[in-house]
Design a binder for this molecule. Structure first.
Ligand SMILES: Cc1ncc(COP(=O)(O)O)c(C=O)c1O
Length: 406
């Protein structure tokens, strides 16, 4: 008789965004005349930039001719893309990362959930609270998190690092020593960032205690402040303690196209064993690679035209971010994020819970956001709005929120 992976049964409740979806659908069915504005889910809305569309068309045409047809992709990804990434994302920033330390993938969700596989089950993970849920849930599925406490909404074997207003939404070094540390900056959901000096402290700490930092830099394109690092490899010593995850979803609108990559420096070792070798083995065995067409589209992200067009796309979303940030601040809300990140993290008014605020916004002004408590207990009393909507919808949503008497 077959047996289940019972770890899956330990996962609490339904996924945050499916609960939101159900509530919005129910409201919409009961009030078909209302125009709901969605600033909840972190999906982009602008079309792919022309340079990317042109690259996609060219690559599609290549696939139609025997001489230029491409079958299975190389395990790590095409060299043309890995070379471009190494040059633009790393060498141009003074980071010593070579193309063969880059693994092309179909995105950071898969990489951030799969990476735990190359570590033993007895590793202890540390996560920020609130946190992108994938880091914790993938470790739950693997059986690394112990038991769930419904009251505190925490796992017994996970180290939580609260990110609150008191610490500027940047975690402090944990009291208990972790083996794997998940960090994400600019942060989803809080929109917070850390300076290079702050990140250096984490790198020094990880090297000292022998931990690995899994650094999710999916939102690095939104950084505008000079002292905020784009890559963890800008810090001294990161090569021996850090894995970096990147995505093309938010910098280039690839949420429906799918492309990302993971960097594992060859210096990152456990004894004599390179983590790079384990991930290469996993990639070769369990993954077919991102499509040739998509990798060519990814290459176009780094072309002169692509860079210019994407700079404008990021600026478009950041104009939304600043409209939300300033509009809500003027209206008396306590807001953070939204400067180097496309997320605005706002304190719910009075003693309202995150879900009470969600319901109130949906019912009174037909605006959808994401309850902060869905990202972890320290997110209670907070609410996330994304800058990924259209400018017109963003303006209308903020103006509607401002009419509320709170
Ligand atoms: C922190 C973080 N990492 C990763 C992802 C997923 O990226 P991708 O679309 O490349 O899977 C998201 C998506 O919202 C995210 O917020």
């Amino acid at each position: 008789m077959f047996k289940l992976n019972e770890n899956y049964l330990k996962l609490p409740g339904s996924y945050l965004f499916s609960t939101i979806g159900k509530k919005v659908n129910a409201y919409s069915a009961a009030h078909p005349d209302k125009r709901i504005i969605r600033l909840g889910i972190g999906d982009v809305t602008q079309p792919l930039a022309p340079a990317i569309i042109e690259a996609l068309h060219r690559a599609v045409d290549e696939m139609g001719h025997a001489e230029t047809f491409h079958g299975y992709a190389p395990d790590l990804g095409y060299e043309f893309l890995r070379d471009t990434i190494a040059e633009n994302d790393y060498r141009a920033r003074g980071c010593d990362i070579s193309p063969d330390e880059i693994f092309v993938s179909d995105g950071a969700k898969c990489d951030s959930s799969n990476i735990q596989e190359i570590f033993g089950l007895d590793n202890k993970i540390a996560v920020c609270d609130p946190v992108y849920p994938v880091y914790v849930d993938s470790n739950v599925m693997a059986g690394r998190t112990g038991t769930y406490d419904k009251n505190t909404e925490t796992w017994s074997d996970v180290i939580y690092m609260p990110c609150t207003a008191a610490n500027g939404f940047a975690p402090e070094l944990p009291k208990e020593t972790p083996d794997l540390i998940y960090l994400c900056f600019p942060n989803n959901p809080t929109g917070a960032t850390v300076t290079k000096a702050q990140l250096q402290e984490w790198v020094d700490y990880a090297n000292k205690v022998g931990a690995v930092i899994i650094y999710d830099a999916a939102y690095e394109a939104y950084i505008s402040d000079a002292d905020v690092p784009h890559s963890i490899y800008e810090c001294q010593g990161a090569q021996t303690c850090a894995i970096e995850l990147r995505s093309f979803s938010k910098n280039a609108g690839f949420t429906g196209v799918r492309l990302g990559f993971t960097v594992i420096p060859k210096e990152l070792k456990c004894g004599d064993v390179m983590l790079h070798s384990l991930w290469a083995r996993r990639h070769g065995t369990k993954y077919n690679g991102a499509p040739y067409i998509v990798q060519r589209a990814g290459e176009a992200v780094y072309s002169e035209a692509g860079k210019e067009q994407l700079k404008q796309q990021v600026a478009y979303y950041m104009k939304n971010a600043s409209y939300i940030y300033n509009g809500l601040k003027e209206a008396g809300f306590t807001v953070s994020g939204g400067v180097n990140a496309p997320y605005i993290w706002l304190k719910t008014p009075g003693s309202m819970t995150s879900w009470e605020f969600f319901d109130m916004l949906l019912e009174n002004v037909n605006v959808v956001g994401t309850p902060g408590s869905g990202f972890g207990p320290s997110g209670e009393g907070y609410f996330r709005l994304t800058a990924f909507g259209s400018y017109e919808n963003t303006v209308e949503a903020v103006d509607r929120i401002r009419t509320l008497k709170l």
